[in-house]
Design a protein around this ligand. Structure first.
Ligand code: SAH
Ligand code: AVI
Length: 335
């Protein structure tokens, strides 16, 4: 059962599977496991309380953060062709955030001929509500059914389509899943597709490490604030007492694993109590809390990922000047 239906009007429904503060049922146990593991790890989904979503929006505008601009350019170039090819009745977007780039797809001139429903799905409560309110007046042919939940747990809550379905997973968020998690997730998403349905994925590509590292070490310090905000989120939801400013932001490209790693590094040993869990943990000055991986792909690693999930590549769109920065790929169930 949804915990609350904050809004229901003729064209808008929002179902929430997180509580008022934005806490998932599984959060406390997940954090306990992560902070007592070796190395200490926290899931990147905990970046995104309202403040974290706002910080991410600021990241998308930073001069160093190329993925959002590169993906938007691709969508602007190919949206028309893509939408005319698929002609979806329903668009489901996983990790939809502000849905700003999605407007490029919803806004193609042919959309009112076939598209009737948009389903933004995100763990961050405020941003789904806000995005839906902003979209409604601009797309009068659409009904919006938002789902606030974890795409690792709540995919089954997505409303059924009455025609063709296009699922979007944009922004490179697929790269925030570890390889095993990613295969399990894509396999589950494949189970939501019929033979005529499509999945559109945005993924960041392997390139010069300096370009990638600069995107996660911006000179304005917004990514550092985004990283530390996870501790503020935990303090609020789990009555913990992390001192966010006692942790430094570290992000580097691990070439062997083809991923950016983001860590929080304590300036000296930190002892933190987590009220809801009734535990105290020590973060030694020699260790870090690993908060995010952001995997970067090649065409080969993309192919492997799709095959492992029983999917195939139909179209590969990429920026080709001056570098292949980012890719938007149209995929379907393997024949
Ligand atoms: N698609 C948008 C936002 C990308 S940021 C864009 O391209 O700009 C990643 C988004 O995924 C955030 O809005 C975050 O809240 C959401 N997210 C991260 N982990 C999630 C999870 N496990 N379940 C649902 N949403 C998640
Ligand atoms: C949402 N995700 C694809 C972003 C990324 O680039 O991995 C999150 C992010 N982390 C730091 N900056 C942006």
């Amino acid at each position: 059962m949804p915990q609350r239906t904050p809004r229901r009007t003729a064209r808008l429904t929002i179902d929430a599977y997180v509580d008022e503060g934005g806490m998932l049922d599984s959060m406390a146990e997940d954090v306990r496991l992560g902070l007592t593991a070796e190395p200490k790890r926290l899931s990147p989904k905990y970046f995104y309380d309202d403040a974290g979503s706002e910080l991410f929006e600021q990241i998308t505008c930073l001069p160093e953060y190329y993925p959002t601009r590169a993906e938007r350019a691709l969508l602007e170039e190919f949206a028309d062709e893509l939408m005319r090819t698929v002609r979806p009745q329903q668009i489901v977007e996983l990790g939809s955030g502000s849905s700003v780039k999605t407007r490029v797809l919803l806004g193609v001139s042919s959309a009112p001929e076939y598209l009737t429903q948009y389903v933004p799905f995100d763990v961050s409560r405020g941003i789904v509500e806000e995005a839906a309110e902003r979209l409604l007046p601009d797309f009068p042919f659409l009904s919006i059914h938002g789902v606030i939940g974890d795409f690792g747990h709540h995919l089954s809550k997505i409303p059924a389509a009455t025609g063709k379905r296009l699922i979007l997973f944009l922004g490179g968020t697929i790269g925030n899943l570890d390889p095993d998690e990613r295969t399990a997730f894509l396999t589950q998403v494949a189970g939501m597709l019929g033979p005529e349905d499509r999945l559109l994925i945005g993924l960041d590509l392997v390139k010069d490490p300096a370009t990638i590292e600069a995107a996660y070490n911006d000179s304005a310090g917004v990514t550092a604030a985004f990283n530390r905000n996870m501790l503020r989120h935990l303090n609020r939801e789990l009555t913990a007492n992390f001192a966010p400013d006692a942790f430094q932001h570290r992000a580097f490209f691990n070439e062997e694993e083809s991923r950016i790693e983001m860590h929080l590094v304590p300036s000296d040993t930190q002892v933190v109590s987590i009220g809801v869990l009734g535990i105290t943990i020590k973060v030694d000055s020699s260790e870090t809390i690993w908060t995010e991986s952001s995997y970067k792909f090649t065409k080969e690693s993309l192919h492997r990922m799709l095959i492992d999930a029983g999917m195939q590549l139909d179209r590969f769109y990429t920026n080709d000047e001056p570098d292949e920065l980012f890719a938007v790929v149209l995929t379907s169930l393997a024949d």
